[in-house]
Write a protein that binds this ligand. Structure first.
Ligand code: 3PG
Length: 307
């Protein structure tokens, strides 16, 4: 068995060492492709591998078709929108993610970005505090629920959430108010933090009508996926409302235009870095390696996403 880690954005070296140990202890061959710049390098590297560990790397039809021996792909992380699930399923390849393993890192960054925005991106002028302000969490999964807890218990924010897939009682048990519609969530919160995946239902779903429901001095915070925000709507709302801020860990397609047109009201990290901590890399990397071993040794498909 040959297991390849293919990460354009590399794991911390400690994570790579730990993955290697798990793979070799199971008697498998370990291979590493890091910081590649061309998709063709990935296509070449997968030719004889049986399992792949990736992050946001694009596992396209071309990659899958080049990997004739591939049996399993594990996305070390949460979102698997980078993987062509249709082709993988067609070829009988199991795709998994490692839910929850990198969530704390993303949640901490979300709070950090919120403080950064509230303090005028550290411009030295009087800002505002998070204490007592309203925060709406869109999707109460691993990251959303952690952001809610830190914001509420650590910063004293008033937190609410909208998530049609999670029972209200579960959210309320954390002292978080539940809204039954996304419109109500936007209408009642000065901060909105996005934690939805990118899929056909969610792409461009954060649109003008929704954004315009937000109260004065609104900040939209995105540590999820750029595709969920409709950029034309974003530009329109920012043109119309000089009290509106957008902060994101994933630079939008129109990043330069937004920075030029709305100085002091937008911020984008130089590179998506929510999950880029040693701890998140180690947790997600170890989980991915163990899931591969458990799949080959015991047929365990617990975290399969293309069942
Ligand atoms: C995820 O979906 O797990 C996060 O967006 C992190 O992505 P990354 O592994 O590319 O940093």
């Amino acid at each position: 068995m040959k297991i390849l880690i293919a990460t354009k954005k590399p794991f911390a070296s400690e994570a790579v060492e730990k993955i290697k140990e798990i793979v070799q202890n199971a008697g498998y061959e370990f291979a590493l492709l890091e910081k590649y710049t061309e998709q063709s390098e990935l296509v070449d590297a997968v030719k004889d591998v049986n399992a792949l560990i990736v992050r946001s790397d694009k596992i396209t039809r071309e990659v899958i078709e080049a990997a004739g021996e591939l049996k399993i792909v594990v996305r070390a992380g949460a979102g698997y929108d980078n993987i062509d699930l249709t082709t993988a399923t067609e070829k009988g390849i199991v795709v998994m993610n490692t839910p929850g393993q990198n969530s704390n890192a993303v949640a901490e960054l979300a709070l950090g970005l919120m403080v950064y925005a509230a303090r005028g991106f550290y411009n030295g002028k009087p800002g505002t505090e998070l204490k007592g302000k309203t925060l709406g969490i869109q999707a109460y999964g691993h990251v959303g629920s952690l952001v809610a807890k830190i914001a509420k218990n650590g910063f004293g924010m008033s937190v609410s959430a909208f998530d049609p897939f999670i029972p209200a009682e579960k959210i309320e048990a954390d002292g978080v108010k539940v809204y039954n519609s996304v419109e109500e969530l936007y209408a009642n919160n000065r901060y909105i933090s996005l934690h939805i995946p990118a899929n056909e239902q969610t792409k461009n779903s954060i649109n003008y009508d929704l954004l315009n429901k937000m109260p004065r001095d609104a900040t939209l915070l995105n540590t999820a996926r750029k595709e969920v925000v409709d950029e034309d709507s974003l530009i329109k709302i920012m043109e119309e409302r000089d009290d509106f801020k957008y902060v994101s860990d994933i630079a939008p397609d129109n990043a330069e235009l937004l920075k030029e047109k709305f100085p002091g009201r937008v911020y984008f990290t130089p590179k998506k870095m929510g999950a880029q901590t040693a701890e998140a890399n180690i947790n997600a990397g170890i989980a991915a390696a163990n899931q591969i071993v458990n799949y080959f040794e015991k047929g365990d498909v617990t975290f399969q996403v293309n069942k």
